[in-house]
Ligand binder design. Structure first.
Ligand SMILES: Cc1ncc(COP(=O)(O)O)c(C=O)c1O
Length: 400
């Protein structure tokens, strides 16, 4: 009798050994009550949230909540159908209009998650005879999109412009090629040199797709992301994004100016063969996206928070993923999984939630405590957070 689960034995053993030390399971925490975008009750205790992707704090916005409630009353709890059959309501069109306005682009297509947006768009546009050149630290959904389409994958060293150029030049003459990049890389919170990379891609005849999941709403003058901030958004062929971060709900999308873009609605399997988002979700997303257009003050405050936390952690003696704060993600590098898990638990006991990230999700086998800031964290909360890092860091021997 075969045991198809035997391949997981090393992971099961590692996990059992870690939990046998008496540690709280870092991947099984329950948020018993969520009081605001920055505070929840965990294990009966008030806990500051520093590990969500709620960058712009939209989850409790009164207008967003009102729009969701109204849509539930008017349209029911779900569509029970695909976008191409009975699953397109007025709200789906309205959120696509909001996206077109937000990005100032001609086309917007909404998927049920950001994962499906990458899976769908990448696998549909790049097939067996096409080449995809991608940063080696790309998100799993990008790799899965490449695999589903069966394209030839050529990874290059993280954020290395020369390596990208070399890979592009090696592709056989006449082959179609797509370069896939991210604006902000979510593990270390570092930003891609998109200005140079988009230029190199275009000079070598490639189309460019950028995943701006972690920059939408925050980075760039209008919150359109790193491509906007670096002045290359008009040269980008496709932007992929998600509603599960700054927008504050769930869903994914692609925006583009490509004149043939709309045909994707008929040929993209992760769009066609799945149910569309519930009416309440698209209503909350549309309201949130329209409010994000006018959020310069919140963007400025989030930058302040990011700078304050980065400087404070550094001063305490922690090793961080970037020399300067580049986004709303600040990664604290831990020496190993055991120390990382101990520090994670000590922070939770102090009343702070951060994300524990470990391989294979992390680059170079690193264990990270990923902190992601919210525009609604107050200056006082950032001070509290630093106090908790100091106490937990000393208790676990991560800092002296
Ligand atoms: C870079 C990137 N792309 C795509 C996704 C998928 O987004 P979603 O949560 O909407 O599936 C994520 C989620 O973490 C991400 O970090």
């Amino acid at each position: 009798m075969s045991d198809l689960f035997s391949k997981f034995d090393p992971l099961i053993q590692q996990r059992d050994e870690l939990l046998a030390t008496g540690l709280t399971d870092p991947f099984n925490l329950v948020m018993e009550k969520v009081e605001s975008p920055t505070v929840a009750i965990c294990n009966g205790k008030r806990t500051i949230l520093l590990g969500t992707y709620n960058y712009m704090g939209m989850t409790f916005d009164p207008d967003v909540i009102a729009a969701g409630k109204q849509a539930l009353d008017d349209f029911g709890s779900g569509t029970t159908g695909s976008r191409v059959l009975n699953g397109t309501y007025g709200g789906h069109k309205a959120v696509e209009e909001a996206l077109k306005d937000f990005y100032a682009m001609d086309h917007a297509m909404v998927f049920s998650t950001g994962y499906q947006a990458n899976l769908g768009v990448i696998s549909t546009i790049a097939g067996k005879d096409d080449y995809i050149v991608l940063d080696i630290d790309s998100h799993a959904s990008i790799y899965d999109g490449c695999a589903l389409g069966n394209a030839q994958i050529i990874p290059f060293r993280h954020n290395d412009i020369e390596a990208l150029e070399k890979r592009l030049k090696r592709i056989p003459e006449g082959a179609d090629k797509l370069v896939v990049l991210e604006g902000v890389y979510s593990m270390l919170g570092d930003v891609a040199p998109l200005k140079e990379m988009v230029a190199v891609s275009k000079a070598n005849g490639a189309m460019v797709l950028i995943d701006e999941a972690h920059s939408m709403g925050f980075i760039g003058e209008n919150g359109r992301g790193v491509a906007e901030a670096q002045g290359v958004i008009d040269d980008v062929d496709f932007i992929i994004g998600t509603f599960s971060k700054s927008v504050g709900t769930v869903g994914g999308f692609c925006v583009s100016n490509h004149p043939k873009f709309e045909i994707l609605r008929l040929v993209c399997r992760p769009y066609v063969f799945t149910a569309s988002l519930p009416p309440s979700v698209v209503a909350t997303a549309a309201t949130s996206i329209r409010k994000l257009m006018d959020s310069a003050d919140k963007r400025a405050h989030l930058w302040e928070n990011s700078k304050r936390l980065h400087a404070g952690l550094r001063q305490l003696g922690f090793t961080l993923g970037t020399d300067e704060p580049q986004s709303a993600i600040i990664a604290v590098i831990m020496p190993d999984l055991e120390k990382g898990a101990a520090m994670w638990e000590a922070l939770l006991n102090e009343g702070l939630y951060v994300n524990l990230a470990r391989p294979p999700a992390t680059p170079a086998g690193m264990t990270l405590l990923r902190c992601s800031l919210c525009a609604l964290h107050s200056e006082e909360q950032v001070g509290e957070i630093l106090g908790m890092f100091a106490a937990a860091g000393r208790a676990t021997g991560c800092i002296s």
